[in-house]
Design a binder for this molecule. Sequence first.
Ligand code: ZN
Length: 180
Amino acid sequence: MAEELKIVIYPDPRLRKISKDVEKFDDELADLARRMFILMREAKGVGLAAPQVGKNIRLFVMSHTGLEADDRVYVNPVLTDAEGDESAEEGCLSIPDIKADIPRSKTVKMTARDLAGNQIVETQAGYIARVWQHEVDHLNGVLHIDRMGALAKLAHRKALKALEDKYAADHPTPASKARK
Ligand code: ZN
């Protein structure tokens, strides 16, 4: 039986780890991707990276239209040839309700593997390039809140603090238990 997967929420420390390269392109990997698509759709997202389900491996799934026909899985993705700058609003399934304008490169080139281990080389601009950059950030422990401007940080300070407090309440440390 596969364990239950769920989307982990900020400030879960798994969101801050550098994820490891995938080495085995097996059924287990395909099953993980399949279950990530289900979670992504339930949460009405367009992308989901493995650390967001508590798996620190370099894989993300996305569908920029939400349609299954546009489902893509990128394994061990590397982005190069970044060009241009563009700001647009981003949210994150692991940081509910915190949307902010995030600067990204306009165009990027993706080199990755698919679930069968075949190489993918693709260049995209605009929205798809933005999703790629957001998801690859996750594999490096970087969150969109790290990239938002000072004003947005200030505007979202309370909401982030509320998420931090909730996490602390749900995950008491021995010291905080002892203090009561
Ligand atoms: Zn995210």
